[in-house]
Ligand binder design. Structure first.
Ligand code: ATR
Length: 273
């Protein structure tokens, strides 16, 4: 039985085991998929131990997506561009890091929701690990202008510099929000919903044509989805669809086959609501 797990802190509520077991049933793959809680100081030793015990694949979640890059013997192009890793495969005695978050978000929006992302003027809120993970894939999906807006200016500038697309990607700062108007896509990649300080956004950022998506789900997405409703966004989603799609892409990397995601998503939606 091949061993897989998701590693993070906290990890108790991770839905990844549920999703991967459902995918495995579809393809009659015999796998063991668990949860491993590791503090940042125990990341390297914990991952090494997992490999020694026969582990062949890991999903990596908060707060380790950036730190784990240093433990990789190799990185995919999209992991390098994202500056973050969410999928590890044990190959030839070393970990290979990839990032399926960006393609997960794009597949959720374009395939599941049928949204044409091309030329959409996009506001990306946040410039931390989550934002870095999805920004390159959004550009690749053909969105129009990408405005990265972050509370601390340095991180917004660093993300935009790393994207190396000066004609399409621009940084603005939280204090500029009142002066920004009307986006076709607003992506919340801040961790505001997980913290104590609430997320406050002006309403004129969005309108009836706007698609709003939070990368979080559950309680962490409540503030942003309430803003999206109040701002009159035509469509608003949490990150549950992205979660299923990034998992599907990881499953494909490990097993070489693509799982069907609609039924798994519907099942999770029922559990989450
Ligand atoms: P993650 O891996 O979830 O992205 P992170 O790297 O700690 O976590 O990044 C958190 C992001 O949420 C940052 O962009 C942070 O802004 P700063 O860089 O200025 O810290 C943003 N953030 C957190 N709380 C916020 C709040 N209340 N309002 C606006 N942005 C917030």
């Amino acid at each position: 039985q091949a061993r897989f797990a998701v590693v993070g802190q906290p990890i108790d509520h991770s839905l990844s085991p549920h999703i991967h077991r459902a995918f495995a049933r579809q393809w009659s793959v015999d796998l063991d998929y668990g949860r491993i809680e590791l503090a940042p100081s125990a990341l390297a030793s914990g991952i090494a131990r997992f490999a020694e015990s026969g582990g062949v694949g890991l999903n990596v979640t908060l707060p380790h997506k950036q730190a784990v890059m240093a433990l990789c013997a190799g990185l995919s192009e999209r992991a390098r561009r994202a500056g973050a890793v969410n999928t590890l495969s044990y190959v030839d005695g070393g970990w290979h890091g990839d990032n399926t978050d960006g393609v997960g978000l794009v597949n959720d929006l374009s395939q599941r929701r049928g949204i044409d992302l091309r030329a959409r003027r996009t506001l990306l809120l946040g410039a931390g690990g989550a934002a870095c993970g999805v920004a390159p894939a959004l550009l690749d999906a053909g969105i129009g202008e990408l405005v990265v807006c972050n509370r601390s200016p340095e991180r917004a500038d660093a993300l935009v510099d790393a994207l190396a697309a000066p004609e399409r990607a621009h940084s603005r700062y939280w204090r500029d929000l009142p002066d920004l108007a009307h986006f076709d896509l607003v992506v919340n990649a801040t961790s505001a919903g997980r913290g104590i300080e609430p997320l406050t956004l002006p309403f004129h950022l969005a309108g009836a044509q706007t698609v709003a998506v939070d990368l979080s789900y559950g309680r962490a997405a409540i503030d942003f989805l309430a803003w999206a409703r109040a701002a009159g966004c035509g469509q608003a989603f949490d990150g549950l669809g992205m979660l299923v799609e990034q998992a599907a892409e990881s499953f494909f990397l490990w097993q070489g086959v693509r799982p069907e995601t609609d039924a798994v998503y519907a099942d999770l939606r029922r559990l989450a609501d």
